[in-house]
Design a protein around this ligand. Structure first.
Ligand SMILES: Nc1ncnc2c1ncn2[C@@H]1O[C@H](COP(=O)(O)OP(=O)(O)OP(=O)(O)O)[C@@H](O)[C@H]1O
Ligand SMILES: [Mg+2]
Length: 188
């Protein structure tokens, strides 16, 4: 996978498969500590302790079409190869939070890529699900919730192409504002 937003897409897909009605994505970049944190939190089925234990192992998956699930192992590897950490918190019936951290300046850290594309594609494909996005640097943050968009657009569906285009531009702009000059791949 070429960039971190594609990993996020994979992990969000897990949340949707787990029956989540709300999926929250967070991206936090701290220049002073050289730390980038990504998380995906959902209110889906959660994992049993047994699943949780085995989930970082590529030969474990509950899907029946093929043997090895790779979403989580690859996300974990992306963090560990870039001097970061990885953790999953999950409880059956409660939901799951998957968190990966990266050394921003590590040569093996993949570029963030387009979080705007990832999130808007999820909204397009799953208009009945609520998505939250939190972008954060040390000084400020941007919070986006589909619930608030719905309130403002009334009868227009949240996956209307015009709405999606608008959301994509807004998230792109906020990513530039918050991460430009902190993540070297983003020009502010
Ligand atoms: N958010 C989640 N909620 C509940 N269970 C999850 C969640 N994410 C992962 N799992 C469990 O962990 C397993 C492994 O996930 P992983 O993404 O690594 O592989 P996969 O989704 O099975 O296959 P792939 O991602 O390669 O298509 C899943 O099959 C599922 O049982
Ligand atoms: Mg998966």
């Amino acid at each position: 996978m070429t960039d971190l937003s594609l990993h996020l897409m994979d992990i969000m897909q897990n949340s949707l498969t787990a029956g989540a009605s709300c999926v929250e994505v967070g991206v936090k970049a701290q220049k002073s500590t050289d730390l980038l944190t990504l998380y995906v939190r959902d209110n889906g089925s959660g994992m049993t302790e047994e699943t949780l234990k085995r989930v970082s192992d590529p030969f474990y998956t509950t899907r029946t079409t093929r043997k090895a699930g790779l979403g989580i192992p690859l996300f974990k590897a992306s963090a560990e190869m870039a001097g970061g950490d990885f953790r999953i918190e999950s409880a059956p019936g409660k939901g799951t939070t998957v968190t990966a951290t990266y050394e921003i300046s590590n040569i093996d850290r993949k570029p963030l890529g387009s979080v705007a594309d990832t999130v808007t594609m999820c909204i397009m494909g799953h208009p009945g699900i609520e998505f939250h996005l939190i972008l954060e640097n040390e000084e400020s943050s941007f919070v986006f919730r589909t619930e608030e968009v719905r309130e403002q657009i009334g009868d227009v569906p949240v996956n209307d192409p015009v709405i999606i285009g608008y959301l994509k531009e807004m998230i792109e702009e906020q990513s530039r504002i918050l991460f430009g000059g902190i993540l070297n791949e983003i020009i502010s």
